[in-house]
Design a protein around this ligand. Structure first.
Ligand code: ECB
Length: 135
């Protein structure tokens, strides 16, 4: 049985989101707005099938995937790039690789009790986000 990430998660910490956005090539004005946001994650999981919604007052972003199946991800409303994306289990961690224009791009999720962690990386930048379960 894989870990179950289903739930509603509210951000409580967001370290180096600015550096991550710079690495993605996000313009100054957008970074200033985005840096103020308090994203909420809504994860719907059925075994190895996932829907992850990232909701904010400015923009929303949704991705759907199955573990181990590469798909074309368009990062619409983020940096608007095309990636060949694959998510795999590493024990109970979710490890995503986003192949595309940017080197070393991807993210990792893991849970400890009612805390959800997300590390987002691009080039030489790592953004570390922490979420608490609210439902
Ligand atoms: C939709 C959330 C924030 C919108 C910010 C708008 C503009 C900034 C542009 C780019 C910033 C880069 C990424 C935003 C950070 C998070 C969005 C989703 C990150 C992600 O890939 O989450 C994964 C793992 O939970 C599922 O898609």
């Amino acid at each position: 049985m894989p870990a179950n990430y289903s739930g509603t998660w509210d951000i409580v910490d967001n370290e180096n989101f600015e550096g991550y956005m710079v690495a993605l090539g996000i313009d100054f004005a957008t970074r200033k707005i985005a840096g103020m946001l308090k994203p909420q994650k809504i994860v719907e999981q059925d075994g190895d099938s996932f829907n992850i919604k990232t909701l904010t007052s400015f923009r929303n972003y949704t991705t759907s995937f199955k573990i181990g199946e590469e798909f074309e991800e368009i990062t619409k409303g983020l940096d608007n790039k095309k990636c060949q994306t694959t998510v795999n289990w590493d024990n109970d961690k979710l490890v995503c690789v986003q192949k595309g224009e940017k080197k070393n791009r991807g993210w990792t999720h893991w849970m400890e009790g009612d805390t959800l962690y997300l590390e987002l990386k691009c080039e030489d930048q790592i953004c570390k986000q922490t979420y608490k379960r609210t439902a």
